[in-house]
Design a protein around this ligand. Structure first.
Ligand code: SAJ
Length: 421
């Protein structure tokens, strides 16, 4: 039996030992799912503190009870990435971050570090799967020449933090370096995914699709933000307009807001812009869209500044990048806070999901839910529905950065593209 068949049999009988490199929003749910399905899974991370906390069943992504249960079975264990155990695995699923550096260029340092670790072991007859978000040809460039006779696929992650969509229920793409690699990748995911895999021609199609998916979302959010600003100027309610446009089959609704945060949408398009720059292809629609989104915190700040008088009490409610998850990464509300600080506007913040220590670490002052002069909706967590009445009095001006309020509250509600109420 040839090497590919040997690994295929191991996958089919759940005997393949799986390494998940990176145990964050992508890697940890995947590790738990694979372990629950019966595989032996080794999670690898480089941060010692995180390693200790995950090994004790504490995850920063709110999967503690699942994690504790699966750790008890012994099917999942957590190791340092430099552990010799790495060479005993058969399959390596890479789920490390691909952020931007200060110049908003791709930062592939985590991926390159993983490649270095893998290049030190004998990869013969093993399978590498890249789930990290990269632009076309990156998977091949970084993981395509680490040794002989190993297999390589790209299957970009499609996690949606905070939603009910869980890993096993999300349709995924997969593209292989060659047919044998693809067969192995499909066999593995078939063991855990409920949704049929979408097999694409090669790894580059998978990489480029992920870029298109998230750039499409970023640019469409930018478009609706621009329409919302015009709606503000002509006093038409943008939500009425979107509701009307949604009746057209080819219109996909996006909604204006205080800005675009998270580790995907505001980040991934810069990866495709870098490739376009190298290939001297003009993608200014993407560039202009991204900067339009990045200006939204300032658009909201202007509404606060216009209504602010010295010594007014200002409360910003909700700091995270989107509702109902405790994730501050790239949050536009933090950009708003910096703008208000620069304008010497005194404010306090309140977020039901973010602890006091974390808020203080951000250099922000925690406020109480009590009557204020200006109440700013930074993030519309589900708790807002009852929290707001503690802070919004009859004279409170509400600056609604998420168009949460459908009716008038306080003295007036200033939304983004909403009728002044
Ligand atoms: N946002 C808007 N208007 C919108 C939608 C989102 O301003 O109409 C803002 C959100 O407030 C947030 C940011 O954009 O600040 C990103 O929102 P998101 O809903 O796209 O949330 P993410 O970052 O968790 O996006 C994830 C992504 N998943 C992956 O990349 C694997 C993204 O591809 C998905 O489209 C998205 O989930 C989803 O909701 O499906």
């Amino acid at each position: 039996m040839n090497n590919q068949k040997i690994l295929l049999e191991k996958i089919k009988h759940k005997k393949a030992k799986i390494a998940i490199i990176g145990l964050g929003y992508v890697g940890l749910p995947l590790a738990i799912l694979l372990a629950k399905s019966g595989f032996i899974v080794d999670g690898y991370i480089k941060n010692k503190k995180e390693l200790m906390s995950i090994s004790s069943g504490i995850s920063k992504i709110g999967m503690d009870s699942d994690l504790k249960k699966i750790l008890k079975t012994g099917k999942l264990s957590v190791h340092n990435i430099i552990s010799k155990r790495l060479q005993d695995n058969d399959i390596y699923i890479i789920c490390v971050p691909t952020p931007l550096n200060k110049q908003k260029k791709p930062d592939l340092s985590s991926l390159n570090q993983v490649a270095k670790n893998l290049s030190r072991i004998n990869l013969e007859n093993k399978l590498i799967i890249n789930e990290s978000t990269v632009s076309p040809f990156t998977t091949k460039h970084i993981f395509g020449s680490l040794g002989k006779n190993y297999f390589l696929v790209c299957s970009p992650e499609r996690i949606d933090p905070g939603s009910k969509k869980t890993v096993e229920n999300i349709q995924k793409l997969i593209g292989g370096m060659n047919a044998d690699s693809l067969t192995l990748g499909i066999a593995l995911y078939k063991q855990i995914l409920r949704k049929k895999l979408v097999v694409v021609k090669n790894m580059e199609v998978a990489e480029m699709s992920k870029m298109l998916e998230n750039t499409y979302r970023a640019v469409n959010i930018a478009l609706i933000n621009e329409f919302a600003k015009l709606a503000d100027a002509i006093n038409i309610d943008i939500l009425d307009v979107i509701a009307a446009a949604k009746t057209k089959w080819s219109f996909r609704a996006h909604y204006p807001g205080i800005g675009v945060g998270g580790h995907c949408i505001p980040i991934d398009p810069y990866y495709i812009l870098k490739l376009a720059e190298i290939k001297k292809i003009d993608m200014q629609l993407v560039t202009v869209g991204l900067s339009g989104n990045e200006r939204m915190p300032d658009y909201v700040a202007q509404k606060i500044i216009k209504n602010y008088k010295k010594n007014m009490k200002v409360l910003i409610y909700g700091l995270t990048y989107k509702k109902n998850i405790a994730d501050l990464r790239e949050s536009p509300v933090l950009v708003l806070c910096q703008i208000l600080k620069r304008k010497k506007i005194d404010f306090v913040v309140y977020d039901p999901l973010i602890g006091k220590k974390q808020i203080q670490k951000l250099g922000l002052r925690i406020g109480k839910l009590e009557k204020v002069d200006i109440f700013v909706v930074g993030t519309d967590h589900k708790e807002l529905i009852h929290d707001y009445s503690l802070a919004v009095g009859s004279e409170t001006v509400v600056v609604d950065g998420r168009n949460f309020f459908q009716n008038k509250v306080g003295k007036k509600v200033l939304g983004i593209g909403r009728l002044r109420r």
